[in-house]
Design a protein around this ligand. Sequence first.
Ligand SMILES: NC(=O)c1ccc[n+]([C@@H]2O[C@H](COP(=O)([O-])OP(=O)(O)OC[C@H]3O[C@@H](n4cnc5c(N)ncnc54)[C@H](O)[C@@H]3O)[C@@H](O)[C@H]2O)c1
Length: 709
Amino acid sequence: MASNCVRVERDGELALIVAHNPPVNTITAEVRAGLADALREVRADRSLRAVVLMCEGSTFFSGADIGEFSGPPREVEYRVLFNSLEGLEIPVIAAMHGTVMGGGLEIALASHYRIAAPATRFALPEVTLGIIPGAGGTQRLPRLIGAEKALELILSAKPVAAQQALDMGFVDALIAEDVRTGALAFARDLLGAGRGVRRTGEMSVDMATASDAMFQRMTELARKSYPNRGAGLVAVDAVRKSAHSRLAEGLEYETARVNECKTTAESRGAVHVFFAERDSRRVPGLPEDLRAAPVREAGVIGAGTMGGGIAICFANAGIPVKLVDASDASLERGVAGIEKVYQSMVDRGRLSPADKAQRIGLIQTSLDYQSLKNADVVVEAVFEDLDLKQRIFRKLDAVAKPGAVLATNTSTLDIALIADATSRPGDVIGMHFFSPANVMPLLEVVRTDRTSAATIKTVMELAKPLRKTPVLARVCYGFIGNRMMEGYAREAERMVLEGATPRQVDTALEAWGMAMGILAVFDMAGIDVGVNVHKANATRYPPDPTYYQADFALSDAGRLGQKNGRGYYRYEPGSRSRFDDPEAIQVLRRRATELQVPQRSHSVTEIQERCLFPLLNEAFHVLGEGVATRAADIDVVWTSGYGFPRYRGGPVFYAETIGLGTLLDGMRRYAEIFGPMHWTPAPLLVELVDRGISVAEWEGGQRSKRASA
Ligand SMILES: NC(=O)c1ccc[n+]([C@@H]2O[C@H](COP(=O)([O-])OP(=O)(O)OC[C@H]3O[C@@H](n4cnc5c(N)ncnc54)[C@H](O)[C@@H]3O)[C@@H](O)[C@H]2O)c1
């Protein structure tokens, strides 16, 4: 394949192989073909004395092409290419900048020398995708820095800075000037010092770093860091192999093991989420030529918990924002909160004091709605009260410029009713941020039947500078995420009334993979917050006298969660560690007796199934009713907003992993025990099982129906 993205330049007796594959120099098939051609050219020229490998644009090779993941294995192709680079008879210097990850770092390891700009960052993130570095990483890195440090880097999967890489020993020097000048100077110095090729593959692993005890420690680390997963353990095996084998044999082993990894549910789940997140921004059915309106100025109404966080998101994106509240006191409180967030970033070295000042400077406060007249987008985040929100949207309608997006951050209210308060319902949309809004990546974008395509497009695109993963939903109670939370939380609360302890429930959920048990989440959010939502929505709850009664019992007993040190658990002042609390258990037991809840014992499996099956079942309601556009969007919502493990692929992916028939049987099994009120399978789940088709096949059918309609 001819390549337009790799060229060879000459500088006297030095060659530069320069890649240019925007935006991030991914090692695509075309880049590999170009590199192979370039190596042939360099090898044929006997007058050359050294080669510099570098990239133009924002970064050195950022990694392999993950888009090829689902196709045939490419490891052998990578291996041949990287071996051929390493096999050159003249020194090869990788000159790096930007973010060098995975395959990008592996090509550098196959080079003879490595130099980097000081701001360069390096990572081998493969284990988070359920695989191991498969282009020589597990074999070459230990040869350069020892088995222990190599495994630390591979298992942490986190980026390290250039100085750390230098200290660890896989970077030889930092470049002060621009990469090209620095690399050429380094090459000349190298030749001047009479140094030649230095092949990583010909080195052996320092056995002092590769003791059995060290591998045992790393095995434990892999188990602890990646529970329910195998890739970390495979990485330990592969690095162990590097210590005892020649490169060629180690590479064969690595290839076999990485390909084995790719077939696991853990890898397929993580890769599914990766693509689902990439695609969530694209909304099927919007006109091709529709362009997002530029957002040059924003407004936020309500300077509370959410409004402050949302204002920070705009300021971080460089978008000036007007923050409006009803009183000076509220504004002052809001600004103090914003200041605190930025100061903690400065304290942790994440932000310079100058950048903090610049960002805070972008946020201007006001009591006057007129200050919103130039905003391209206004996000309302006042108390959760329909009357209040309608009043605010009426005022906003009077001042906002034509075409401005009028968004609400409501979690539970009917956005169509909020839109009705304006003369421009097409411009009204939900932007449902999650708390803390400046941290959580998920943004549910909620459209009503009247929201215009242009409004949807603008908000989906705005998510990018705001650094959010947007998922489009239709209006319904709880949208996608909170709606699916209902059954999950209901069962957790019901089980503590049936005699399970909060710790038993949370431990079972965390062992399955949830980031935090749901009862601990409630303690963190505030039991009273939950109770207020339950009260406001009591009329739409099913006729079950035990519904959310664990929350009510705790709140009646003055247990509000972490905020007063007592909830489902007990907390020491200033600490988030949870302790079992016999008093909480007594409160729950008393309420269970009053409600005559039959007591039972709960196996770990029962706890997991009773929480997860309703959650997965609800996903099929959400999909079947068209609240979510795509099954993959549901998976994004729960993995990015609710701590659902990425390696399980999200609720719908996981339902298919265990089998839709298993889920349906499970729902029916629990219906026999507890009755049909909460355990009726979603019609779509029944349909898919009856027809014996997958979710993807059903979605394909829906698309063809729409196309022919
Ligand atoms: N807290 C969360 O976890 C969370 C998550 C997602 C969505 N939400 C939603 O975000 C919205 C705000 O929630 P919050 O937790 O930030 O509430 P909050 O109580 O912390 O803040 C609300 C703010 O709105 C201000 N306000 C009240 N009336 C006003 C008016 N007439 N004009 C201007 N400002 C006014 C208040 O002074 C206060 O500063 C709610 O709709 C809530 O459902 C909250």
